[in-house]
Design a protein around this ligand. Structure first.
Ligand SMILES: *Cc1c(COP(=O)(O)O)cnc(C)c1O
Length: 409
């Protein structure tokens, strides 16, 4: 039996950075703040976000159009402020990285370049438990190219009785008819962390392009997209990246493909910034990921991403991962009586533990309103808990364990 006092001692010995975040008040239970485990869905707001966003907003009031060049953080090159921190977070070169649009939009823009089916090679491999947006995106791409989605989309399922995909089984599915492998780096439902370098290598050996959806991986686990030779990747910024609902997303294109003759959907932000205002009828895209941009970006939506990425840049994802491994192992101990479908091996999971339990939806409401514990449910029977190393505490984990025991008693 783990006691509350022990949890508090662990917090004193291994504190995170909760002081940098606004933690919502609890609607139930005996504690003033929620025990927040939904950072894999919507991360909490950094305290600095409000004031830094207001600074950007006030540049508009003070300068009008001149803010493009004269704002304290000028709008024309604003997205470049995010490139370095985003690149370091995912293990990429700055030239390979761009913060733009939203996740599914970026997947589409990248598939325009990287899903180029032929009759003999037109299949796309995804996980059967892919996030629905990814399923819809790949099906619509297949159909856009005139192929049959039922036939062309291969959905990988775990072996009967198992909850996660085995790397060797994934590799075995990568045949010569596969044009694109597009998997989640960390699965949204099970929390399984895929073996990105091994699968990427196997995909290349089969002659396929390999892209990764890093929605649940960016800001959760260290990544080395450049060294792993990933072709392209995209991620959102509102989950572990704490940049607010619908925040501007990220994209990665490997250096090998930069400046190459690839099809792209372009706009005025695709052309080189140095010659953009020459207003020529043809674009001159730079040999960087910036060439995938289309429109001028929404500055007030980028501001929270900049603030958040600076936090990751200062602390470092490797340091956060170490605390994450300790915190998630602690929560696993507290949830030992439940059926956790997330891999038990810390190397095969990030910060999330998924619990299979009947009536998950009703349980999640009771956790919230009776105990102040925020964990979300996914139909029909999964509760997801993400102890986020930046702001979650051992005491939060202890509260989750106690509340789960109480609501399932
Ligand atoms: C959260 C998530 C999305 C959401 O897509 P948006 O375009 O940001 O709305 C897509 N794919 C995966 C795997 C996700 O986890």
């Amino acid at each position: 039996m783990i006691t509350e006092a022990e949890a508090l001692e662990l917090d004193a010995a291994d504190p995170g950075h909760r002081e940098l975040f606004d933690v919502p008040p609890a609607e139930g239970g005996g504690y003033p703040e929620v025990a927040y485990f939904a950072g894999n869905s919507l991360g909490l707001r950094p305290k600095a976000t409000r004031s830094e966003l207001l600074e950007d907003l006030d540049s508009w009031a003070a300068l009008g159009v001149e803010g493009h060049l004269d704002a304290a953080r000028p709008w024309l090159p604003y997205h470049e402020l995010l490139t370095g921190p985003a690149a370091r977070l995912v293990g990429a070169l700055p030239s390979e990285t761009v913060v733009m649009n939203t996740l599914t939009v970026n997947l589409h823009l990248l598939m325009v370049s990287f899903y180029r089916p032929t009759r003999s090679r037109h299949r796309i491999v995804i996980e059967d438990s892919a996030f629905p947006s990814d399923s819809y995106a790949v099906r619509s791409q297949v159909e856009f190219h005139g192929y049959d989605a039922e036939d062309a989309v291969i959905r990988l399922r775990p072996r009967p009785g198992e909850n996660s995909l085995r790397t060797a089984d994934v590799v075995e599915q990568l045949g010569g008819d596969v044009a694109l492998v597009l998997l989640g780096g960390v699965n949204y439902l099970t929390g399984e962390l895929m073996d990105i370098p091994t699968i990427t290598k196997a995909g290349h050996a089969a002659g396929a392009i390999v892209g990764w959806d890093l929605a649940h991986a960016a800001g959760n686990v260290p990544l080395a997209l450049h060294d792993w030779d990933v072709d392209f990747a995209a991620w959102c910024s509102y989950k572990y990246l704490n940049s607010g609902p619908g925040a501007i997303a990220g994209a990665f294109v490997h250096e090998r493909h930069l400046g190459a003759d690839l099809p792209r959907f372009e706009g005025w932000w695709s052309t080189d910034a140095k010659t953009r205002f020459e207003m020529t009828p043809e674009s001159r895209p730079p040999a960087t990921a910036d060439a995938w941009q289309v429109s001028n970006p929404p500055i007030f939506a980028m501001s929270p991403v900049r603030t958040s990425l600076e936090i990751f840049d200062k602390i470092g994802i490797e340091v956060l991962r170490e605390r994450s491994v300790r915190l998630t192992a602690y929560l696993a101990e507290l949830l030992a009586d439940f059926e956790v479908i997330t891999p038990a091996d810390p190397a095969r999971r990030g910060a999330q533990l998924s619990v299979r339990v009947p009536g998950a939806g009703a349980l999640s409401r009771r956790l919230r309103f009776e105990y102040g514990v925020i964990a979300d449910s996914r139909e029909p029977d999964v509760l997801r808990f993400a102890p986020v190393p930046l702001y979650s505490t051992y005491h939060d984990c202890w509260r989750a364990g106690a509340a789960m025991a109480a609501v399932t008693a």
